[in-house]
Design a protein around this ligand. Structure first.
Ligand code: SF4
Ligand code: SF4
Length: 122
């Protein structure tokens, strides 16, 4: 009991180590790796992000100008963002909200844009 006394006294007078969530929440870290977003108008549907993704959670269909992301399989490593040459992929610094239903994020772009972009890249 007496060996614990200094610790108890110190804890009693020191600042609280925890936050009163949800009243007080922590701001996201500046370089935190959160949700992936795709500015689909800039996407060329090259498929590099899907090829580089270590957890295979991106699917790209160039013919349909479709880009799909599975946030449940994503490990938020940022490899896809670093490999996207068009700069259309970005990563938020805040975490995604918990979800009870598994949903895939499907974005559709312009097929003309995809064709045009592939023509330019050759
Ligand atoms: S790497 Fe970028 S441009 Fe290529 S398919 Fe992925 S998001 Fe689109
Ligand atoms: S952050 Fe990593 S795991 Fe998630 S989609 Fe991009 S490459 Fe795949």
């Amino acid at each position: 009991m007496f060996t614990m006394t200094p610790v108890l006294v110190r804890n009693f007078f020191s600042k609280r180590a925890t936050r009163r969530y949800p009243k007080v929440s922590r701001h996201p870290f500046e370089k935190g790796r959160g949700a992936i977003g795709n500015d689909i108008a800039r996407c060329t549907f090259c498929g590099i992000c899907a090829a580089k993704c270590p957890s295979r959670c991106i699917a790209v269909d160039k013919k349909k100008a479709a880009w799909q992301w599975d946030p449940f399989a994503c490990v938020y490593c940022g490899v896809c963002v670093d490999s996207c040459k068009s700069g259309s992929l970005g990563q938020d610094n805040s975490y995604r909200r918990p979800a009870v239903v598994r949903e895939l994020i499907l974005l559709k772009g312009s097929q003309d844009h995809g064709k045009e972009a592939s023509h330019h890249s050759q």
